[in-house]
Design a protein around this ligand. Structure first.
Ligand SMILES: [Zn+2]
Length: 416
């Protein structure tokens, strides 16, 4: 046990070094949240035009600043704006017009909202501006898009990226730095903010279901008094996948548990029950591969894949740590399946693996659980039920406790 602990420790130190070296990456307090009423309001949105010229207009309660850039593969236009409250029609963004296929909007960080527009083909932003309210008419955010070719589009992307500022550190929970040596468990409610995750038939959103579940689970695990628990997000904020991994590593987590809910398109039949996933480059089956691809799209959805900087931690340390981490992840996954089985319905093949980006920490055992299918009537009922959430969170708590007490008693405590 001692040697692996040193390896993990060393990997972590190297990692922290790399972090410090990364320009502009300094811990900063998240911007203070103003009262919701003080945010500008988006009240309506309209699309106009055709496949050569398309216009996007959003009504606002007052004038705001905007920053527009483009991303390729898939073609997107991203509009960064100060935090606003979206009160748009419920289906807004789901269908497009002209060059616009669809669009999403939401919070990406405290103080910052974003609109991500999916394009059906390459387009250039001819105009982007906000007009003042006049005589009873609201302020309006206007984008004018014109068709271009792939080469023109890519040139613009390159231009935008040259001017892209390093992203501000994303909000996260404060870490307790009190010398507490209890093992740290990082719970990772999937999606958030602009990225809603899957949706139930009546608009129930995965991001809300899993956040509530993670909070319950935190409460239960903390009540044991033996563990520290942090969430990668504790409100409706978008957090990029790499940032979730980075957070768990930097905080010295002994376990990362990512929490999601799946859905299956109707044409692919019906599926139900919980599934537990570990990381693997080769997926267990095509369904697992599809799911990982879908969950990995979070960053594309929020338009944050500007730069995907790899962690330059010494390879050999990673290798060693990775083998151990993999073993621990698998042990925990087994424990989780065995425990959940007693209280909740499991998928017919409850243990799978695939290339989930959020499970890629080389030194933190990581497991992703899909609580159930929002596309399945009974599962959705369970997912929305207080008593089901409580029972399942209880089961997971005992799985976590069982894992730490029987498999690696004390091995990772105090390692940071
Ligand atoms: Zn998900």
């Amino acid at each position: 046990m001692g040697s692996h602990r040193m390896v993990l420790q060393a990997a972590r130190l190297a990692f922290l070094g790399a972090l410090v070296a990364a320009a502009g990456w300094a811990a900063g307090a998240p911007a203070a949240l103003a009262a919701p009423d003080s945010f500008p309001l988006a009240t309506d949105v309209r699309l106009g035009g055709d496949e050569t010229q398309t216009r996007f207009v959003m009504d606002l309660s007052r004038k705001i600043d905007l920053h527009v850039f483009t991303l390729a593969d898939p073609y997107r236009v991203v509009v960064d704006i100060p935090q606003i409250t979206f009160r748009l029609p419920s289906k807004a963004g789901e269908t497009g017009r002209g060059l616009i296929k669809a669009f999403r909007f939401g919070l990406v960080m405290p103080g910052g909202s974003r609109i991500v527009i999916d394009l059906g083909k390459p387009a250039r932003v001819e105009k982007a501006f906000v007009v003042d309210p006049v005589e009873g008419a609201p302020a309006r955010l206007v984008l004018e898009l014109a068709a271009t070719d792939r080469e023109g589009f890519l040139r613009k992307v390159a231009f935008d990226q040259r001017f892209a500022r390093a992203q501000a550190p994303l909000p996260r929970e404060q870490q307790s730095s009190s010398g507490d040596v209890r093992p740290l468990i990082v719970l990772d409610p999937g999606h958030g903010g602009i990225d809603t995750g899957t949706k139930g038939p009546n608009g129930q959103m995965e991001k809300d279901i899993v956040l509530d579940f993670a909070k319950r689970l935190r409460e239960k695990v903390e009540s044991l008094g033996k563990y520290r628990v942090l969430l990668t997000r504790s409100d409706d904020t978008f957090v990029p996948l790499a940032e979730r991994v980075r957070f768990a590593r930097e905080a010295g987590a002994a376990l990362l548990l990512s929490i999601h809910a799946d859905s299956l398109p109707r044409r692919e039949g019906d599926a139900q029950g919980a599934t537990v996933y570990t990381l693997s480059e080769t997926a267990t089956d095509p369904a697992a591969a599809r799911l990982a691809e879908q969950e990995n799209r979070a960053d594309v959805i929020a338009g944050v894949d500007l730069k995907d900087q790899p962690d330059d931690v010494a390879g050999i340390l990673i290798d060693l740590a990775q083998r151990e981490t993999k073993t621990f992840s698998t042990q925990f996954a087994h424990k989780l399946v065995a425990t959940i089985k007693r209280t909740a319905r499991l998928h017919k093949e409850p243990l799978k693996s695939a290339g989930f980006r959020v499970l890629r920490a080389p030194d933190v055992p990581s497991v992703l659980v899909e609580l159930g299918y929002v596309s399945n009537k009974e599962d959705l009922q369970s997912l929305l039920s207080d008593s089901w959430r409580d029972r399942t969170a209880d089961a997971m708590t005992s799985a976590i406790d069982g894992y730490f007490s029987t498999h690696i008693a004390g091995a990772r405590t105090g390692s940071n």
